[in-house]
Design a protein around this ligand. Sequence first.
Ligand code: GLY
Length: 369
Amino acid sequence: MQPHTIDVQTESADYRVLVGRGLVREVGARLRSAGIRPRIAAIVCDESVGAGAGSAVEASLASAGIATLRLPMPASEERKTLATVESLCAAMLDVGLDRACAVVAVGGGVVGDVAGFAAATYMRGIACIQVPTTLLAMVDASVGGKTAVNLVRGDGTLAKNMIGSFTQPGMVVCDPEVLATLPARDLRSGLAECVKHALIADPAMLAWIEANADPLHAADPDTLCELVARNVRIKARIVGEDEREAALRAYLNLGHTFAHAIEARMHGAVTHGEAVAIGLVAACAPGEAMGVTDPALRVRTVAVLQRVGLPVTLPRAVRAGELLDAMASDKKKRDGALRFVVPHAAGNVQVEFGVPAALVGRAWAAVGG
Ligand code: GLY
């Protein structure tokens, strides 16, 4: 079967996203037929998936005549730092990687972000090919060119994604067959971003997710192919119109101001996707109080998230004040005011500045805060 092909056209670069079963074994051939022939490909891979997808990508590059260097890295937020980028770049320099070479990122969002940033900055920039291995990375992080590492503050805490760049990849290759080995909880986390995309831009996809909740839950590969392709099309359209998040791309932060506060306060008890799911429910409440969001939207959002196995309330009680404090340090502020993406209806969201604290408190109350 032919892969789904989605062309991303941004101000800085155009590239292709391929979505199809078995593509992980065809990366080398696909690069060659797109005219991308790196002298050496540095495969930066999640050390825990190295034996599977990493080896398949390595073999495909070798059979396309591309020399490879394998650079496994730990895929944790703690190691998503400049120190990791420095050690990757040092290893690339040791084998003589130059601008005729490329980085191939094989892993989830952490690997994609770190490898993408290393590629964006090594010798002032070399090509990066993204081969995401999680649903979250396929439908979100691998497309759109955001690369970043966490900044280690003086007191040892991490400022998330504080150093990075907008640098588009040369190609993105998504093979939903690799998701067969993804833990169910991680698969569900990716589904939260899909529900988010549906709420932002595609009411028909919301209905499609509702209708396909069972095969999605069971990780049916053909259903996942369709899901990834639909989501990449939405992401491609948004980043094509607003590469550097001047306006429209901010919609992708729907639920995320809440999610980041949840992640900061829950200390690893929830995954990013679970936090996003809870954040999507919270995000409906201020709009309801302002009279712009139909209360039926929250009911529908809760139902679809539950159908795909995602949480819709906080796993334990947290003081709303604590969550508000965590929000105050979010980097998505402008002129000191937090910005919220407020859903009005499925497929229609708006950015609101200066939402009163009382309405934010109401949002937290909606998810048990
Ligand atoms: N993950 C949000 C964005 O790519 O803008």
